[in-house]
Structures are given as structure tokens and as C-alpha cells.
Ligand binder design. Structure first.
Ligand code: EPU
Length: 335
């Protein structure tokens, strides 16, 4: 008989530390259990939860929250140059990065300290310091919610782009990711240190993947609040893409506007800069606020309600729209 918990608080399960309730809750430790639970509860609305690090709860949930907690890593294939590893969705992302560093497997050292689970990583194609998950992703196993059959989905079908994939777009809600296959590199590693702050940090010394991870951890810890001490979900918004003509127009008023080249002849603008210009950094709205060191991060300063975080986000979005004519999209899922 499967065990449910009833009427529990989701506060320990979201890094924003928002207090909300779920009517039913179940921690899933394997696929058989997952299928069984979905079969039994066909008519109950359900939600999937991983590390809870990219989610903003704005109200209580009358359905079933499924915490994906299946664990395990296995090496599927090894050559002299590469290794293919399958990791279960419920594994913690950063612990997997550390495991790779200990085995000297390269490819995800720049993604150290990103909060969340392995299963959630492909959904928004996590990225940092010049590297995206897509660069090491091979395939994933996912449960099709309609058929309750497992499918293998290969990289070419995931349509990865900046903080996005099919799992966030047209296939949203169709799959539950069960495990992810990564292709990692053995030495000699290709080292990615082109990203601004990393490049300055190293000034092109000879390096290894362990030193890169240590630098990324140090930079992240200096800028991004630790969710264990100050609730947050990392970047709340995506960095917007704008056309060259729009950029030219803005540059007349804001000559210092920073940018990075992006896909399709567009330019990527740091949302943090826009929010900072508007004076939001360090401000408070109810229990919510904008982090004092990184304007892109919304924080839970004092028992914030999900709705207060959302109001603050909406205020920032309309201010950015009015001043820069730019639409800021949220990176965090709002529920
Ligand atoms: N800036 C400001 N004010 C601030 C912070 C930054 O003006 O308060 C400007 C500076 O010009 C700075 C630029 O914004 O050079 C970029 O800042 P940063 O290097 O901190 O990166 P970001 O664009 O704010 C992105 C990711 C982060 C990732 C870092 C490093 C997105 C939405 N965010 O942030 O990802 O760690 O680059 O690669 O793409 C996350 O997704 O949760 C996340 C933290």
C-alpha cells in the first residue's frame, strides 16, 4: 500500500522558503512507484517537484505533490577520451558536479553550486559561466504521463536554447524526467574560462577543472545568496534578447548599456543591469526584496508570501517595460 502524507507544508521543499500547503504529498523513490501512484490517482491534479530551486509557490495546492527522489549514478560506457554516465533524476546537481571532479570527468565544472536536482537540469537547460547543460547532455529517460510508458529522448529532440527546452515549452507537462545521460570528458580537458568574471579571476593561468569549479564556487558565493540562509531561486528573470535596432536606440540614452552577442542576430542584455538602473537593488516589498549584491535575484527577507514576491516581480517587469521597452520573462516557474 502506497503511503501519502496529507496537508503538509512545502516550506522545506522550495529554496525561496515560501510557506504553502499541499493537500497530498508523496516522495517517489523509483519508477515503478511513480507509475503506480499516477495510475491510482488518475483524477487528482498533480505537480512534480525536484530541488524546488526554480519555483515560486503563490497559493496552496489541493492536489498531489510528487517529490522526485530516485537516486543513483552508473557509468554506462567508457572510452579513453570520454565517459557516459546515467544519473537518476532525484540526485542533487552540485553533488553530481563534485562526484565528476573527484573522478576527473570534465564538462560541468562551470556549473558548480547550481541549486536543484539532476532531473530538473535539462528542463531549463541550466547554465553559468559560459557553459550550458546542453553541451554534456546525451539523452534522458522520461515517463510519458499520458501513456505511462518510459521513453528515451535524445539531445537533438530536446530543442535546447537559452534556459529552455521542449520540457518547458510545447511538451510542458507531458514528461517526468527519470534519469539523465551525460557525456563527460577525460583529460586533457577543454577548459571554459571565457566568461567575463572567470577570465578576470584567472588571467589565463594553467588550470584544471577542479580549480575552475573552486573559482566558480567562490564567485557564486560572493554574489548569490545561499538559499539556506536567505530564501531565493537564483536569477528570477531571464536575460532578455533584443534586436540590433532596439539596442541602437537604447544606446543613445544609455551609452553604458552592456550586452552579449546572442542567437539570430540579437543581443542579450543583462537584466540585472536594467533592474539596477531602475534603483530596485536592495529594495523591499512586504517580506520580499531585491538582493543587495545581485539585482536579478529576488529574496525572501522576512517570511515573504509568494504573492509578495510575485507583486515585486510584476513591478520590476512593468518598470523595465516602461523605461526600456523590454519584456522581462521570468526564469522561475510561478505556481
Ligand atoms: N549587473 C548589474 N547589477 C547587478 C548585477 C549585475 O548591473 O546587480 C550587470 C553587470 O554589468 C554584469 C552583468 O550584469 O557584468 C552580468 O552579471 P552576472 O555576471 O552576475 O550574470 P547575470 O547575467 O546576472 C547570468 C545567469 C546566472 C549565472 C551568471 C553567470 C541568467 C538569467 N542568469 O546572470 O544564472 O550564474 O550569468 O554565468 O542567465 C540562474 O540562472 O539562476 C543564475 C544564477
Amino acid at each position: 500500500m502506497l503511503r501519502f502524507k496529507e496537508n503538509i507544508s512545502l516550506k522545506p521543499y522550495n529554496t525561496f522558503g515560501i510557506e504553502t500547503q499541499t493537500k497530498y504529498f508523496y516522495e517517489v523513490s523509483n519508477t515503478i512507484e511513480l507509475k503506480k501512484i499516477l495510475e491510482i490517482n488518475k483524477n487528482l491534479p498533480f505537480r512534480i517537484l525536484g530541488g524546488g530551486s526554480n519555483i515560486l509557490f503563490t497559493e496552496d495546492f489541493e492536489g498531489l505533490t510528487l517529490l522526485i527522489a530516485n537516486k543513483g549514478k552508473s557509468v554506462l560506457k567508457e572510452t579513453s577520451k570520454t565517459v557516459t554516465v546515467e544519473v537518476q533524476a532525484g540526485e542533487n546537481w552540485h553533488e553530481f558536479v563534485i562526484w565528476c571532479l573527484n573522478h576527473n570527468y570534465g564538462g560541468i565544472e562551470n556549473l558548480a553550486l547550481i541549486p536543484g536536482s539532476v532531473g530538473a537540469a535539462p528542463i531549463q537547460n541550466i547554465g553559468a559561466y559560459g557553459v550550458e547543460l546542453a553541451s554534456v547532455f546525451k539523452s534522458c529517460r522520461a515517463l510519458n504521463i499520458k501513456t505511462l510508458k518510459e521513453e528515451v529522448i535524445f539531445k537533438k529532440d530536446c530543442e535546447f536554447s537559452y534556459r529552455s527546452s521542449i520540457f518547458k515549452n510545447h511538451q510542458k507537462g507531458r514528461y517526468i524526467i527519470i534519469s539523465v545521460c551525460f557525456q563527460l570528458k577525460k583529460p586533457p580537458h577543454h577548459l571554459n574560462i571565457d566568461y567575463g568574471t572567470l577570465n578576470t579571476y584567472f588571467e589565463r593561468k594553467t588550470l584544471n577543472i577542479q580549480e575552475i569549479a573552486a573559482a566558480v564556487i567562490e564567485i557564486r558565493e560572493s554574489k548569490l545568496p545561499n538559499p539556506k540562509t536567505l530564501g531565493n531561486c537564483g536569477s528570477f528573470f531571464k536575460n532578455p534578447l533584443i534586436s540590433k535596432s532596439h539596442f541602437k536606440l537604447l544606446k543613445e540614452t544609455y551609452p553604458e548599456l552592456p550586452f552579449y552577442p546572442a542567437y539570430d542576430k540579437q543581443l542579450k542584455i543583462p537584466a540585472a543591469w536594467l533592474i539596477d538602473q531602475l534603483g530596485f537593488k536592495g529594495t523591499q516589498h512586504g517580506g520580499a526584496g531585491v538582493h543587495k549584491d545581485q539585482a536579478l535575484v529576488l529574496v525572501n527577507l522576512n517570511a515573504a508570501k509568494g504573492k509578495e514576491v510575485l507583486e515585486l516581480a510584476r513591478k520590476i517587469q512593468s518598470s523595465v517595460k516602461n523605461t526600456f521597452n523590454i519584456n522581462l520573462e521570468t526564469e522561475v516557474n510561478i505556481l
